[in-house]
Design a protein around this ligand. Structure first.
Ligand code: ZN
Length: 318
């Protein structure tokens, strides 16, 4: 009797095992069947829809998978990351997708590969060239700091940076081969931004003001005009000046010699300390924070002129 019972138990276990293996095989067959019709374009669209349904951004998704935040993920991390999310896919699909994402086939997917795979119409080389150019220029200009404690800059993404002690994310872009920083409602050249925010350059500006006093006969006139007149400030936003010196014609601590450069400095100085009424709340960039919404949308609507067109000048410097 005990022997019979034992044999029955064994049979029962065998049956269970058989059932499990059959189900697994069936599941795999279904996946294979689905995968036979696998289309990366369809997968990509589904994934992009899913990302937007999650109210997420591509960067957030990438960061979620990139645990050590070094800007790249292994194919394995990628596959496991997506499988662990609620996105409906399977291992077969993910193996194929990972190979497509890893464009240079080094086993890792960096952020540019990730973005390019999801936005096939964007040119990844151009994007990364722009980002590299931005990064080089930011590093070059920030490196001119000679504070005891070097002015900090942190790249957050291709065109977002954190400057100095501020936690604020700032957008940067290249406009007419000049690196511009988004401040308040407008854009200012990075070197102007640094003159206002990097402590060692803020001191340098004091010297410039002294120079200005002696070099420029109408310094007081323009300053007075500026105090009650926002249009000077807004035209500065609409027409980024040459003063920004993406080519760094002069460091902010040295006196400019050409008339054009001097005017640029005047304009720059005027938008800072010389406009007490246009300062907002004592923030270093308070002046820009005041721009009205109308001016902002105007600035946004203004098309970028083609490369090589002569720089516009605002009315005070004519
Ligand atoms: Zn400094």
């Amino acid at each position: 009797m005990a022997q019979l019972l034992h044999r029955w138990q064994q049979l029962w276990l065998l049956a269970l095992d058989r059932q499990y293996r059959l189900e697994t095989a069936l599941q795999r067959l279904r996946e294979l069947e689905e995968f036979a019709h696998f289309d990366f374009g369809v997968w990509r669209k589904r994934y992009m829809q899913w990302i937007s349904q999650m109210k997420s951004r591509v960067l957030d998704v990438f960061r979620g998978i990139d645990r050590d935040q070094d800007g790249r993920i292994s194919q394995r991390e990628f596959i496991e990351g997506v499988l662990a999310s609620k996105f409906p896919t399977n291992v077969l699909e993910m193996n194929a997708v990972a190979t497509i994402f890893d464009m240079n086939g080094d086993g890792f997917i960096d952020y540019y590969e990730f973005v390019s795979a999801l936005h096939p119409n964007r040119d990844p080389l151009r994007r990364s060239a722009d980002a590299d150019q931005i990064q080089d220029e930011v590093n070059r200009q920030v490196a001119q700091c000679n504070c005891a404690k070097r002015f900090q800059v942190e790249q957050i993404s291709a065109n977002r940076y954190r400057f100095g002690e501020s936690q604020q994310l700032r957008m940067v872009r290249i406009l007419r081969s000049t690196l511009m920083v988004r401040v308040g409602g407008g854009w200012i050249a990075l070197d102007e931004f640094l003159v206002k925010n990097d402590p060692c350059r803020v001191k340098g500006r004091t010297n410039l003001k002294i120079n200005e006093k002696y070099l420029s006969p109408d310094a007081f006139g323009t300053a007075a005009r500026c105090a009650g007149n926002q249009s000077a400030a807004s035209s500065k936003v609409l027409s980024p000046s040459r003063s920004n010196s993406s080519l760094s014609l002069y460091s902010s601590a040295s006196a400019p010699s050409s008339p054009l450069a001097r005017k640029s400095v005047l304009r720059r100085t005027r938008s800072g300390d010389r406009c007490p009424r246009s300062r907002g709340s004592g923030l270093p960039d308070g002046a820009e924070l005041q721009f009205s919404a109308a001016e902002e949308s105007l600035a946004a609507a203004l098309p970028e002129p083609p490369e090589g067109s002569p720089p516009e000048r605002c009315s005070p410097c004519r």
